[in-house]
Design a protein around this ligand. Structure first.
Ligand code: AGP
Length: 428
């Protein structure tokens, strides 16, 4: 809970951003603390005793975002992706010298870690899916990701050599916060990847790196996912260099990472190419999203985004899983959006696509530009820039988020505040 303070009022909120327009300072309430406000004056009580707490300034980072030239915050935030990516690495990774300099990462590398568990919800969980692949592939550390509301009520077998990473844009999600409390009570090492500075989860973790994505107003998270992926791959490279990752391989990956902002910008500049896709696919009421391996988490996120923004039913499967039942749903009225980039099990995914086509299914392929695609494989394609295979998860989101926004607009949805949803879910 946040107590927002200003010369002409005292405000209560679950999220700093919500009071950033009216308050100039804020105080954060911890568990077992109560605030009493009488005639605009506030008192904080802890177990019945009055306590003094230092207020913190609401910095420019919290100042309310403005839509600028965009119709919605969500569109504006998607167009901030190149800047978000740069911010996540600023002061941490130097793309000129291809070196990582960061005290938190140095301290983390000194920890004895033999396993990583990522705990998160929603879009943050799907970003965590990608992160586990990078920790295994790049850092050589076993990793898995857990849905926080499941983790919280599962049998918890604490390990002092496991790094527990808590990912949350708002830093206030109740399921994540309560999971963090449970892990801390066992004395385990906790690490926060959070966007909102000073939020509960950020303050509770032993260590952490902010995504620095800036204020994200759109309820359906977009740009911060790029911030989360950026911090995750930065951590994987840093931890990997303390293990078996060769410097030459790290430098190659960093070189490719350095090309991303320009490639993201190219995707944004080409958004007009999505118009026929939006027109055609806005007519459907059910979708499959399919991805394998590194692209499975991204496919899940893009499926969630379509649901959130358009209220259209979409479900996501690992492409190889389709034949184990879901194939029964394939018909000409349920298109499959298949993430099939170069280097990520493409031949295997091609055979999955043929299974769909053989049953009159419609396939919208997300493919690597410049590749000679088997034309009969796809009904339509969205081309994304070439990239290092490990960086593939970064690329399908921008066009598919823009398609979701475009379809939502055609359907007259409230894009920034979709029905039934909240920006931070502060109750279990
Ligand atoms: C994302 O588009 C949704 N608004 C929702 O799934 C969100 O990702 C989830 O509630 C977790 O929020 P957090 O990242 O703030 O913890």
């Amino acid at each position: 809970m946040i107590v927002g303070l200003s010369a002409d009022g005292t405000y209560l909120s679950s999220d700093i951003n919500a009071v950033s327009r009216v308050a100039t300072e804020f105080v954060t309430l911890e568990d077992h603390e109560i605030v009493r406000i009488i005639s605009g004056k506030y008192t904080i009580l802890s177990y019945g005793k009055e306590v003094n707490k230092v207020s913190e300034k609401i910095t420019s980072e919290f100042q309310t975002a403005h839509k600028g030239d965009y119709e919605t915050f969500t569109e504006k935030e998607i167009h901030e992706i190149p800047e978000v990516f740069r911010n996540a690495f600023t002061g941490r990774l130097n793309f000129e010298t291809q070196t990582i300099t960061n005290e938190t990462l140095d301290a983390l590398s000194d920890q004895e870690i033999d396993r990583i568990e990522i705990i998160a919800s929603g879009s943050s969980y799907f970003a965590g899916m990608v992160g586990t692949s990078w920790f295994k592939e790049i850092a050589g550390i076993p990793a898995d990701v857990r849905i926080s509301s499941e983790f919280l009520y599962d049998t918890f077998l604490p390990s002092k050599k496991t790094l527990y990473i808590f990912m949350s844009q708002s830093g206030e999600t109740a399921d994540v916060r309560e999971s963090l409390k449970m892990v801390k009570e066992k004395g385990c090492l906790t690490f926060g990847i959070v966007n909102v500075v000073g939020s509960t989860i950020a303050r509770m973790c032993d260590m952490g790196l902010y995504t620095h994505s800036g204020v994200e107003v759109g309820v359906a998270s977009t740009k911060n996912i790029i911030g989360q992926l950026s911090v995750l791959i930065l951590m994987a490279i840093s931890l990997g260099l303390k293990r078996e990752l060769q410097m030459k391989d790290a430098r190659e990956l960093i070189r490719h990472l350095g090309e991303l902002p320009e490639k993201f910008q190219k995707q944004l500049n080409n958004k007009h190419l999505l118009a026929p896709i939006i027109e055609k696919y806005s007519a459907f009421t059910n979708f499959f999203f399919l991805g394998r391996n590194l692209l499975y988490g991204t496919a899940q996120e893009c499926s969630l985004k379509l649901k959130e923004l358009t209220y259209i039913h979409a479900e996501c499967y690992s492409s190889g899983e389709l034949k184990h039942g879901p194939l029964a749903l394939i018909n000409s009225k349920m298109p499959s959006v298949v993430l099939n980039l170069k280097g990520v099990l493409r031949e295997k995914t091609n055979s999955n696509i043929k299974e769909i086509k053989a049953r009159n299914g419609i396939v919208l392929g997300v493919v690597t530009e410049g590749e000679q695609h088997q034309k009969d494989l796809y009904d339509d394609v969205i081309e994304v820039p070439t990239c290092h295979p490990l960086l593939s998860p970064f690329f399908p989101v921008t066009p598919l988020w823009l398609v979701a926004v475009g379809i939502a607009k055609k359907l007259g949805r409230d894009i920034d505040k979709p029905q039934n949803l909240a920006k931070s879910v502060t109750v279990e």
